[in-house]
Design a binder for this molecule. Structure first.
Ligand code: NAD
Length: 272
């Protein structure tokens, strides 16, 4: 039996599966997808200042029947806002757009060279004030984390990275496990591109599941938190319906074998 949450190093429980809202339009589209997700069992919503839909996300949360304290909300600090003072300011803006008095997780979106250590000081202050229940990073490679840890007084609790069957990130996952940093997968479905893979479809047929469900279950069985995006009610529902089966070790290994170390998104060492 697989737990529906992961315990972060500070004791905070983070849901293993959530809704991602990148490229979801602010307004009705964001409100509806968040509401549908919450009504179908999701308790984690992943947004970012740069997605420009924090207002819709907040509205979707308020319109749902799920109480705020049962929902885990993540947002992220955008690159242009990095630096100590500007991080504090950007965080206040995000909170006010969301219409919340705290978030559950605040992440540095990308490791902007020469800036992220200063930003982290502000993240630590935000964490200590209780307005972010956990703090972490995104798109950090091992060397970025090593550099951060030289001066950090609070260690990042999460690293959200590109991770899907064709970019399985095994070395980074092993490193993060050793550092007790929870791995979270962005573009967990490879932005939909891996869904037509015949191997995944074939595995799915044995369980009566779709390729999307097989991939999401693969993430969870690797102790990875996944945040698939969809704005369609049926797919939102489908993507959450993965807690009633278990992939065999053999199937896990067959999916592992699809790795090509191939990114869809930018390389964190060369992204701007
Ligand atoms: P994804 O891997 O979640 O794929 C989403 C796409 O897959 C959808 O647009 C749809 O076309 C398709 N899809 C989803 N469910 C499906 C289903 N059941 N059947 C068929 N098709 C389906 O891609 P994503 O949106 O890039 O990533 C998910 C989330 O990760 C984002 O919304 C965002 O929250 C986060 N993210 C973070 C970063 C970062 O830098 N931290 C970067 C990219 C994405």
């Amino acid at each position: 039996i697989l737990k529906k949450t992961k315990t972060l190093t500070n004791g905070v429980e983070m849901p293993s599966l959530g809704l991602g809202v990148w490229r979801v339009e602010d307004g009705a589209e964001a409100v509806d997808s968040v509401k549908w997700a919450l009504e179908n069992g999701y308790r984690l919503i992943d947004t970012a200042a740069v997605y420009k839909n924090e207002e819709g996300v907040g509205e979707g949360i308020r319109q749902s029947s799920v109480p705020r304290e049962k929902i885990f909300v993540t947002t992220k600090l955008w690159n242009a806002d990095q630096g100590y003072e500007s991080t504090l300011k950007a965080f206040d803006t995000s909170l006010s757009k969301l219409g919340l008095d705290y978030v559950d997780l605040y992440l540095i979106h990308w490791p902007v060279t020469g800036k992220y250590k200063e930003s982290w000081k502000a993240m630590e202050e935000i964490y200590k004030s209780g307005r972010a229940k956990a703090i972490g990073v995104s798109n950090f490679q091992e060397h970025h984390i090593e550099e951060l840890l030289e001066t950090a007084t609070v260690h990042p609790m999460v690293n959200q990275i590109e991770l899907h069957p064709t970019m399985s990130q095994e070395p980074l996952r092993n490193y993060l496990k050793e550092k007790k940093i929870q791995v979270e997968a962005w573009s967990p479905l490879g932005q939909g591109k891996t869904l037509s893979n015949p191997k995944l479809i074939e595995i799915g047929e044995n369980y009566g599941k779709s390729a999307a469900q097989i991939i999401l279950r693969w993430h969870l069985q690797h102790d990875v938190i996944a945040i698939p995006k969809s704005v369609h009610q049926e797919r939102i529902k489908e993507n959450f319906n993965i807690f009633d089966f278990e992939l065999t070790l053999e199937d896990m290994e067959q999916i592992d074998a699809l790795n090509e170390n191939k990114r869809i998104g930018p390389d964190p060492d060369n992204f701007d």
